[in-house]
Design a protein around this ligand. Structure first.
Ligand code: ZN
Length: 247
């Protein structure tokens, strides 16, 4: 089936936000079951061998941070990531979502309007596509210059407060304190709510770490935005966010 709004989207250019995560410590974004390493949890690489922070990881964290902002602004949000508690089902959540700014022309089989919270309008849900497309963040350093770093650890028994027997493991991390840069971008579709970019930038500034073992010092980072014109937010944008999505 041809969807007219999808055709319009492809005509207007998306708003691109380029970003770089600079890793201040060492990164441990891994996946079990990868081969080619001695580690129990090897770090993720793309087909060219470059280190990668997957788009899904950044999207999940950013959605969570944006939910916190929306709640602070008294905008009701559904509970991700379980479909039953997300818009438009929202099982068990109070019915405070029937606001004009949450009605975006979506109807159910009985032609009744379905409401979608601001976060779902931006990040999508099981019936609504995401209005922001995320890239994997890819390490700019040549993999030939990055030695494999294995970090040993032991599983702790919290009740006995001792190390468990036979539970030594190895994490693969990026080299420590190498200030590795991971580059990527977000594409904001023209049909996204007008406050999208403001909310995303605010959320990004609240992400100080990514990946596993953050409490033991892995994955701490700061953001750089190579194009200052892409991150210019004026007072009107902030005011619009404060008053919700309604124009
Ligand atoms: Zn929602």
């Amino acid at each position: 089936m041809i969807q007219l709004n999808a055709i319009n989207q492809s005509v207007a250019a998306p708003d691109i936000l380029s970003l770089i995560a600079v890793i201040d410590t060492a990164l441990c974004v891994g996946a079990g079951g990868s081969s080619g390493s001695l580690a129990d949890k090897p770090i993720l690489r793309n087909a060219e061998g470059r280190l990668v922070i997957p788009a899904s990881q950044l999207k999940g964290r950013l959605r969570h941070e944006c939910e916190k902002f929306a709640n602070a602004l008294h905008l009701p949000t559904c509970e991700s990531p379980v479909a039953q508690t997300m818009c438009p089902q929202r099982a068990g959540l109070p019915n405070t979502f029937q606001r004009p700014d949450y009605s975006i022309g979506d109807v159910d089989a009985a032609r009744q309007p379905r409401y979608h919270c601001l976060i779902c309008q931006i990040f999508g849900n099981p019936v609504l596509p995401s209005k922001v497309l995320f890239d994997d963040l890819i390490c700019s350093e040549d993999p030939a210059n990055l030695p494999e770093v294995l970090r040993p650890g032991v599983t702790l028994n919290r009740r006995r407060r001792t190390a468990e027997d036979q539970k030594l493991y190895f994490l693969e991390t990026s080299p420590a304190n190498a200030k590795l840069k991971f580059q990527g971008s977000l594409s904001i579709q023209p049909s996204a709510p007008p406050v999208t970019k403001t909310l995303l930038l605010a959320g990004l500034h609240h992400i100080h770490a990514l990946g596993g073992s953050k409490s033991s010092g892995l994955g701490w980072l700061h953001w750089e935005f190579p194009d200052a014109s892409q991150t210019a937010i004026d007072k009107t944008d902030w005011d619009q966010l404060k008053t919700g999505v309604a124009p």
